[in-house]
Design a protein around this ligand. Structure first.
Ligand code: SF4
Length: 182
């Protein structure tokens, strides 16, 4: 009898605070069940530098805020069978998109040039950070998304309901889920 292939799981951290990843870790003992069913092939929890090919499930935290996010997200979509928006920043823009109401130049001034702090300024500093997009975008405004797990962060029960369904090869059906994201 041949052993069943483990699914290849990736977690992605775009423009978010890592709170969704922390909620994923709050699966606690169910992490053992998850680890038995998947190989974690990419994400902040593993040391993979390049997004691999042949990913079965990609959990994407965060909104699309800069050119690095954009480049990675295209790669994730191309190389993943099921792409899931994990958390409100990925689903709607949420906290990350708060800067959409202001002008980028003013934002830079407030964040980098006003005290407190000693952030580097000038052309050299600008080269060190990826260019911001004019507007922060939810993930499904950039690529096709197969499932949404809302919440800020989504609670572990909700994450587990969704991930367990995906592991069984079933669609994600969360009770309070609405597919009306603009
Ligand atoms: Fe952080 Fe909430 Fe955004 Fe998740 S949805 S990345 S917890 S701000």
């Amino acid at each position: 009898m041949t052993a069943q292939r483990k699914l290849r799981l990736a977690t992605i951290w775009l423009g978010g605070c890592a709170g969704c990843h922390m909620s994923l870790l709050d699966l606690d003992e169910r992490l053992l069940e998850l680890c038995a069913a998947v190989d974690l092939v990419y994400g902040p929890l593993v040391d993979a530098k390049e997004y691999p090919a042949g990913v079965d499930i990609a959990l994407v935290e965060g909104a699309v805020a800069n050119v690095d996010n954009l480049e990675l997200l295209f790669k994730v979509r191309e190389r993943s069978r099921v792409l899931v928006s994990l958390g409100d920043c990925a689903v709607t823009g949420n906290v990350t998109a708060l800067r959409n109401s202001g002008k980028l130049r003013e934002l830079f001034g407030t964040v980098y040039h006003e005290p407190p702090g000693e952030a580097p300024v000038g052309p050299a500093a600008i080269k060190q950070v990826p260019a911001l997009l004019p507007k922060v975008l939810p993930v499904h405004h950039v690529v096709d998304v197969d499932a949404f797990i809302p919440g800020c962060p989504p609670d572990p029960e909700r994450i587990w309901t969704a991930v367990a369904a995906l592991l069984r090869g079933q669609p994600v059906a969360l009770a309070e889920q609405q597919r009306t994201f603009g």
